[in-house]
Design a protein around this ligand. Structure first.
Ligand code: SF4
Length: 253
């Protein structure tokens, strides 16, 4: 699998998450320094156990960082990558986000960079899927605001008038026989995913919705495509349809 898009801005999140990891190590070392004399007084075995747990924790953090970098920059798939992606998404993301905000990066910058990092993980999976195992999930804001067709119920009602990207995306989904749906919010997106049971999702959305969605559906791999917002958020957004088709060609068996 070799995607051409959405992995170039990963540097910010990678640097922030590395700083986060080192800060976590410094903080836990300081904690250990403070509590270890008390632990030794209480019980020698307990103190040794705590020290070994700390060593394992450090080792995991270091291995995790090295693997994340290797995966992002070499595109190689490592056997234990899944575990570290889990740690990365569940534990490291919120702390890194907080650190990024302290360093005065905008929420948008941090989230977008995280989407790029996520996509580099997805690239390294190197798995192919049948069309029925995929799902293309689109945001409602892609639809032109002047369009009165209720495509959220059935996207096939779109007559492909060319005023927005929905028509071309529906055409691609039909061409490759891939399920496609439009979600007006998180609840509907969840319902669509439960009904379709996809093994791989290509999701188009803004940075906030993409990151939230990736967290929610984990461990289902999500290839995130950030939408363009020439008229501001949530209105007549756009997406590069050719890049989505390119990604599809790489994923499909
Ligand atoms: S392409 Fe489809 S959804 Fe978009 S404006 Fe035209 S008919 Fe409506």
């Amino acid at each position: 699998m070799d995607f051409e898009i959405n992995t170039k801005g990963k540097k910010l999140f990678l640097v922030l998450s590395t700083i986060t990891l080192f800060l976590m190590m410094i903080i836990t070392t300081l904690l250990w320094w403070f509590i270890s004399p008390r632990l030794h007084e209480i019980n020698e075995i307990l103190a040794n156990l705590a020290l070994n747990a700390l060593r394992i924790f450090y080792l995991m953090l270091i291995c995790g960082t090295v693997l994340v970098y290797l995966t992002s920059y070499t595109g190689k798939n490592f056997l234990i990558l899944r575990f570290f992606i889990r740690v990365f998404i569940r534990i490291l993301y919120p702390v890194t986000f907080l650190l990024g905000r302290i360093f005065r990066f905008s929420k948008e910058q941090i989230r977008e960079s995280f989407v790029h990092v996520n996509n580099s993980f997805i690239k390294s999976l190197k798995k192919k899927f049948k069309p029925s195992e995929l799902l293309i999930l689109l945001p409602h804001c892609l639809q032109n605001t002047e369009c009165e067709i209720r495509i959220t119920i059935d996207i096939n009602k779109c007559i492909n008038c060319g005023k927005c990207n929905i028509g071309s995306l529906a055409e691609i989904a039909d061409k490759y026989k891939i399920p496609i749906a439009i979600a007006t919010g998180g609840t509907l997106a969840r319902k669509i995913i439960i009904e379709n049971k996809p093994k791989f999702i290509i999701a188009v959305a803004c940075d906030r919705d993409l990151v939230e969605g990736m967290h929610e559906v984990f461990p289902i791999p999500v290839y995130g495509v950030l939408n363009e917002r020439p008229y501001g958020p949530c209105v007549n957004t756009k997406v590069n349809v050719a890049n989505i088709e390119l990604a599809l060609k790489k994923i499909l068996v």
